[in-house]
Design a protein around this ligand. Structure first.
Ligand SMILES: Cc1cc2nc3c(=O)[nH]c(=O)nc-3n(C[C@H](O)[C@H](O)[C@H](O)COP(=O)(O)O)c2cc1C
Length: 174
């Protein structure tokens, strides 16, 4: 049986939620990471993925400019970096310079991939869709990578307030 409630209360039941880090290269040549909870696979053939980017984000104008981006699935050890990249703007700082992380060149696009991530996907921008205060960008995957260490686990948002870590069965969803 369901209890009728308001949206803000009900949506807290979504946790744990996967996290990705999307990376773009801006006009000045700076790589800019953004932490994203709202990401999904949208097609198998061809492989495509989508990220939902807030209208105020610097990443939004950079994606429109570069028309390509990397979607990285961070491992659970990357929680501090994900929090930094998700709370500072590339409009103000060089996030990779201030919060260093291991990177490697992407293969098919002019970008970088994250070495300690579970997986990385290089995407070419296909389309965008305005949805309220966010824009959904879909990208066609043109190159895929996995970590040689199979024991790494993905990073999740565990509860409101950007608490991140490994997937846990028992979590606070109040
Ligand atoms: C765990 C987490 C999840 C986030 N999810 C999203 C998201 O799905 N979409 C979005 O636009 N911003 C999201 N953000 C906020 C952006 O990462 C944040 O505003 C960032 O500073 C934007 O960087 P930019 O201005 O360099 O693009 C999230 C932040 C965190 C910490």
């Amino acid at each position: 049986m369901q209890i009728k409630t308001d949206y803000n209360t009900a949506i807290k039941r979504k946790y744990p939620e996967q996290v990705v880090i999307a990376i773009t290269k801006d006009k000045s040549g700076k790589f800019n990471p953004i932490t994203i909870g709202w990401a999904m696979i949208t097609s198998h053939y061809p492989p495509m993925m989508a990220i939902s980017v807030g209208l105020q984000r610097y990443s939004l104008e950079v994606i429109r400019y570069s028309k390509e981006f990397v979607i990285s699935f961070p491992s659970s050890i990357m929680d501090k970096e994900a929090l930094f990249y998700g709370t500072k703007s590339g409009r103000d700082i060089d996030k990779f310079a201030e919060c260093k992380i291991n990177t490697e060149p992407a293969h098919k696009i002019d970008c970088i991939i994250l070495s300690d991530a579970v997986a990385n996907f290089e995407c070419k921008l296909e389309s965008e869709l305005k949805t309220g205060d966010h824009i959904i960008f879909t990208g066609r995957v043109v190159s895929s990578h996995i970590n040689e260490d199979n024991s790494l686990e993905r990073l999740y948002i565990l509860e409101t307030g950007y608490k991140m870590g490994k997937f846990v069965k028992s979590y606070n969803n109040q």
